[in-house]
Design a protein around this ligand. Structure first.
Ligand code: OGA
Ligand code: MN
Length: 224
């Protein structure tokens, strides 16, 4: 069994969303991150898992780093394939609805000022990885909170593909997260370098980011 620091056990049969949101908030408040195995509501997990499995392969495009001009595939950094989530599908709408509840809770409880959210399904084929990186750089981005959930059953230690969350720039050990079905990970985007180790089997997840609004006067930043 992999050593996980600050992992809260959570029974999915026994919660309303506020108690789950409270656990996520507590982790963020105390440690800057929260790792909750088997925590996403079961019905939502099932809907998202099924949707991701049914999505046609051609809906996926190769993942890029950034957008627009910076939308360049960079195989040195990451090799997964992604599909951005809109509310146009029932599964996507269910997900965004649950996320909106989390966003509202975190804003009430932690005053994070979360303003918008963007997310994508990700599929790592065997051998795919995402090298150590930050999701946001201080002062350069309005991404403040990263949120990841996983859709993989019966994941074995030999399957690899762990998320490794590092405490800071110096940390070379990190905390390993097994990408098991329904596991939720949330962390402050500017604080924690992290990476995805290469997996030996297909690895399915959603990765998303809450942004704060950096608009000045009457200009409102759209999600990028
Ligand atoms: C990302 C990321 C981690 C994971 O997409 O930025 O770090 O475990 N994903 O999928
Ligand atoms: Mn990341």
């Amino acid at each position: 069994m992999l050593a996980l620091k600050n992992v809260s056990q959570f029974s999915e049969n026994n919660f309303n969303d506020d108690s789950l949101f409270a656990l996520i908030a507590q982790g963020i408040e105390s440690n800057g991150y929260s790792i909750l195995p088997t925590a996403l509501p079961e019905a939502l997990t099932e809907t998202l898992f099924t949707h991701q499995q049914l999505m046609e392969a051609d809906k996926f495009k190769n993942a890029g780093i950034g957008r627009g001009k910076e939308y360049l595939k960079n195989e040195f950094v990451r090799t997964d394939a992604i599909s951005w989530i809109t509310g146009e599908t029932e599964a996507g709408a269910d997900w965004l609805n649950w996320v909106a509840g989390l966003q509202s809770y975190l804003n009430r409880r932690l005053f994070l000022g979360l303003f918008s959210f963007e997310s994508h399904f990700a599929h790592y084929s065997p051998g795919d990885y995402y090298k150590r990186h930050y999701d946001a750089f201080k002062g350069e981005s309005n991404r403040v909170l990263s949120l990841i959930v996983y859709f993989n059953s019966n994941w074995l230690a030999s399957d690899g593909g762990e998320l490794v969350l590092y405490q800071d720039q110096q940390d070379q050990v990190g905390t390993k997260v097994v990408p098991l079905m329904g596991t939720i990970v949330a962390f402050l985007s500017e604080e924690f370098p992290h990476e995805v180790l290469a997996a030996n089997r297909d690895r399915y997840s959603i990765a998303g980011w809450f942004r704060v609004n950096t608009s000045v006067t009457d200009r409102v930043d759209p999600p990028r």
